[in-house]
Design a protein around this ligand. Structure first.
Ligand code: GDP
Ligand code: ADP
Ligand code: 5GP
Length: 206
């Protein structure tokens, strides 16, 4: 599908800093909009329905699957997560850039649907640091953290399918790297031609 907007997909093992990086990026970049996923997981302390996620029951989620309302969905750490179709296509068509914060299984499904999606994988600097961040975040019980650490081994092995890898050691460095990926994507010839079609037409570049 040809759209003037760019689609970015960010994946990472839980605790690597994906949400913090995307949130900081959105504050710097008003052309970028994040898609809010649906999930069957319970909200954490400060999370709000419609802000971090649309929190739904398993029945509601299954209803959406049956009505084919998701671009992609996956089971992650025992819960279901999905990207609904509503909103994304219309935003891309209107020239807005969209970022999806989803797991690697969803990222690979999106790449099949949108071959030009830019896939970005965030790695932690070490296993020790990942465990410390999950503990420091303090939002998940120890058994959930343990399960996420086990799953992380398999998740990081998927980084090789992604277009870019960002190591989130120093936060400001990783944020700069993420901004750079978004910026360079926007400057590619085909992306410029789609986003700035009036200029290209005026210059007889059609
Ligand atoms: P590259 O190897 O990443 O440069 O990919 P291509 O040369 O095949 O495409 C050129 C650029 O156009 C790439 O940056 C693509 O991401 C982008 N692109 C092509 N078609 C679309 C589209 O329909 N939507 C979006 N969002 N980007 C597109
Ligand atoms: P994810 O969305 O990948 O699960 P979060 O963005 O929630 O991860 O980050 C996990 C924890 O690590 C949070 O407490 C966050 O403040 C912290 N964190 C994120 N990036 C860094 C960093 N570069 N250095 C230290 N702590 C970080
Ligand atoms: P968390 O519960 O920590 O917010 O997210 C757990 C995992 O589910 C993360 O890997 C996150 O990227 C993934 N996730 C969140 N939303 C979606 C989604 O819409 N689709 C898919 N496939 N994964 C998602």
């Amino acid at each position: 599908m040809e759209t003037p907007g760019n689609l970015f997909v960010v994946a990472a093992p839980s605790g690597a800093g994906k949400s913090s990086l995307v949130k900081a990026l959105l504050e710097l970049d008003s052309h970028l909009k994040v898609s809010i996923s649906h999930t069957t997981r319970a909200p954490r302390g400060q999370e709000q329905h419609g802000r971090e996620y649309w929190f739904v029951s398993l029945d509601e989620f299954q209803g959406m699957v049956e009505r084919d309302e998701f671009f992609e969905w996956a089971e992650v750490h025992g819960n279901r997560y999905g990207t609904s179709r509503i909103g994304i296509e219309s935003r891309l068509m209107s020239g807005e850039d969209v970022v999806l914060e989803i797991d690697w299984q969803g990222a690979l499904q999106i790449k099949q649907l949108f071959p030009y999606a830019v896939l970005i994988f965030i790695l932690p600097p070490s296993w020790e640091e990942l465990a410390q961040r999950l503990a420091r975040r303090g939002e998940d019980p120890p058994e959930v953290i343990a399960q996420r650490m086990v799953n992380a081994r398999h998740e990081v092995a998927q980084a090789r399918h992604f277009n870019y890898v960002i190591i989130n050691g120093l936060f400001e460095t990783a944020l700069f790297d993420l901004k750079t990926v978004v910026h360079s994507q926007r400057l590619k010839y085909a992306a410029q031609r789609r986003a700035k079609s009036a200029v290209f037409t005026a210059l007889d570049l059609g």
